[in-house]
Ligand binder design. Structure first.
Ligand SMILES: Nc1ncnc2c1ncn2[C@@H]1O[C@H](COP(=O)(O)OP(=O)(O)O)[C@@H](O)[C@H]1O
Ligand SMILES: [Mg+2]
Length: 244
């Protein structure tokens, strides 16, 4: 019996408006735009992308820089609304998209744990229950009262990963967050992702390492300049991508 569909990406296109000029000031921009001297260029970061993810699948998004992977993940997480088409998601999502996106850099790590918990929909007392696990997993015990702006990118990613993986979300999104940590921490994260998979969490995963994608994912979406080149078996398509 096939598992139910948990994510349906249906003919999704995403347009960004790019201004091709630089302005010295907002005033200059306003004046030029009133005079009709501002040229706006349309740029399609995703073009008619469709695929379905079933419960328990782990899907890797692969493609060169700028191919639209993060944009795709943001439309699934509901951060961006597609210009055309639709995305249907059934279940809770823990998005780990841009490093430290949910962090206030002036606050301490401890304060950010509770801030992020609130963003993820947890109550203060639930977060107090998770706090020790977050500190243990991130190995930041001595740094919890330090403002996050003083953290290295590796420390930020450890904290972000530890927070996003509390509880058991239906869907976990991991966008290149693992590439900044050291090797030992990457292995620890991979293990946690595997545990979540075993408990039924659906994973959407982006990494520069095709090996890592193939270790974690059973399926792959290959994006090329915003088009979906193919969707299917992670082993087959990953091997083909490596050769390209
Ligand atoms: N907010 C935005 N405004 C304008 N262009 C954007 C924006 N976000 C992404 N892009 C552009 O869309 C393309 C796809 O970006 P992205 O999804 O980040 O690719 P990837 O994650 O595969 O590297 C890139 O050319 C990028 O510059
Ligand atoms: Mg990206």
């Amino acid at each position: 019996m096939e598992e139910p569909i948990i994510i349906k990406v249906d003919h999704v296109s995403m347009k960004f408006n790019l201004s091709s000029e630089k302005f010295d000031s907002f005033k200059e921009y306003v004046i030029k735009s009133i005079k009709g001297q501002v040229s706006i260029e349309e740029f399609w970061a995703l073009k008619d992308v469709s695929f379905e993810v079933r419960k328990g699948d782990s899907v890797g998004l692969i493609g060169l820089n700028g191919s639209g992977k993060s944009t795709m993940l943001k439309t699934i997480a509901g951060v961006l609304k597609p210009t055309k088409g639709s995305v249907k998601v059934s279940g809770t999502i823990a998005p780990l998209i841009e490093l430290g996106a949910g962090f206030d850099m002036d606050l301490t790590a401890r304060e950010n744990v509770f801030l992020n918990g609130a963003l993820l929909g947890y109550t203060r007392s639930e977060m107090e229950g998770y706090y020790k696990d977050i500190v243990d997993f991130s190995e930041l015990g001595n740094f919890m009262d330090v403002p996050v702006k003083n953290f290295s990118s590796g420390m930020v990613s450890r904290l972000a990963f530890a927070i996003a993986t509390i509880g058991i979300p239906d869907i976990l999104i991991v966008d290149e967050v693992l590439s900044v940590g050291d090797f030992q921490f990457q292995e620890k994260c991979e293990k946690r992702i595997r545990n979540m998979k075993d408990k039924g969490t659906t994973i959407l995963f982006v990494s520069h390492s095709i090996d890592q994608v193939q270790k974690i994912c059973n399926k792959v979406v290959w994006l090329e300049h915003g088009h979906m080149k193919c969707f299917g078996n992670a082993k087959e398509i990953g091997d083909e991508y490596r050769k390209s």
